[in-house]
Design a protein around this ligand. Structure first.
Ligand code: SIN
Length: 363
């Protein structure tokens, strides 16, 4: 009988201890601790939300299905994250624009300030996904993961790829491993950094590559496995702040090619562009007519950045063009479309080409 009372007494003291410890944790924190990471999904449209008339015909309309429909098709998400969703936009990504980017960056910054939120997923069309990823990489002010998810085939097609990409993006956004990795695109099991992500196929699933630096990692068996960090400045280390901005300085991209004239440089200057990115041939070169027009635009105060239409390799300083003599900037690893974004942001801070060149070396 004595043994039973002693055992009962021990049980009671353990119970009192557990209850006491529990009451030491403030109520606010106890309520705020979900057992799965909270991940917000901001949906913007694209093929991942597309709808076709048949499983096999190629025609479809992007940006048709709502985010709830996309998420309900993947019940496995509930095992890896507590997801909250918002239909932020419903467009094909060829209609993405600066105003929407600014709204998106502000919304993500607000969400990531919430202590409960582990990360954000943005669903997006593939056509301009790499541009949005890079813009967010420079304007999100948090170490928490921001992951883009997209698809090359609409959910209505045989072999649709969106559900897998969305599931993997949510896994990545909820993972502690992804903290500090900047903005990422997750597609076809690969994790690609926004500083290198490039769409390389008009049709294939797995259309994104990282031509210069290689993937940051991969998603395997429902977990991210990272193999490297980007050494570029991004997100929390970025100097750019769009919190008070409703627009960005106008920057146009002008291509060079055999026989290219100065027509589009003149047009850009006349339209009031504050910067022009040359999608040059080779190492950021351009025809003599374009070079003269670019030099005269620079004399009128327009920022000129030389980039390249070639997919791999940097556009370097100290090459065929004397950038310092002309006041030009070389884009290094920014392709023309990333260069446009960086130049728009740079021009919110400075017009000094040396300072802009410094930014192109760092981001
Ligand atoms: C789009 O970019 O919105 C359409 C194409 C796609 O998502 O693949």
């Amino acid at each position: 009988m004595g043994q039973i009372w002693r055992a009962y007494g021990r049980l009671l003291s353990v119970w009192v201890l557990v209850a006491l410890c529990g009451s030491l944790v403030p109520e606010r924190l106890r309520a705020a601790e979900p057992d799965k990471p909270v991940v917000w999904v901001l949906a913007t449209g694209g093929t991942i939300a597309g709808q076709g008339e048949s499983q096999v015909a190629s025609a479809y309309k992007p940006g048709t299905l709502r985010v709830e429909t996309l998420l309900n098709a993947i019940p496995e998400i509930a095992e890896v994250a507590e997801v909250r969703a918002e239909q932020f936009a419903q467009i094909a990504s060829q209609d993405m624009d600066v105003a929407t980017w600014l709204r998106l960056a502000k919304r993500i910054n607000a969400l990531l300030q919430e202590p409960q939120v582990a990360g954000v997923v943005v669903t997006h069309g593939t056509d301009t996904q790499e541009e949005t990823a890079y813009f967010l990489n420079l304007t999100v002010k948090s170490e928490k993961p921001v992951v883009m998810a997209s698809a090359m085939r609409p959910p209505s097609a045989l072999g649709a790829d969106g559900a897998r990409n969305l599931y993997q993006a949510i896994v990545c956004a909820g993972s502690a491993q992804a903290v500090g990795q900047g903005v990422m695109i997750v597609m076809d099991d690969k994790i690609i950094g926004a500083d290198d992500a490039t769409k390389v196929s008009t049709l294939e699933a797995g259309a994104f590559q990282d031509p210069d630096f290689g993937p940051l990692g991969l998603i395997y068996n429902g977990r991210p496995i990272f193999s490297r960090h980007s050494l570029k400045r991004h997100t929390a280390q970025s100097e750019f702040d769009v919190s008070e901005l409703d627009s960005l300085p106008r920057v146009e991209v002008v291509s060079s090619y055999a026989g290219a004239t100065a027509l589009f440089i003149h047009a850009a200057v006349q339209a009031g562009a504050r910067g022009i990115v040359i999608a040059g041939v080779g190492n950021g070169n351009m025809s003599a007519e374009m070079l003269n027009a670019a030099a005269s635009a620079r004399e009128q105060g327009v920022a000129i950045v030389r980039s390249s239409r070639i997919m791999r390799g940097p556009t370097t300083q100290w090459n065929e063009v004397d950038d310092d003599a002309l006041g030009f900037v070389a884009s290094w690893y920014a392709n023309p479309y990333r260069a446009r974004i960086l130049l728009m942001l740079a021009l919110t801070q400075t017009e000094d080409y040396r300072e802009i060149q410094r930014m192109f070396r760092q981001y």
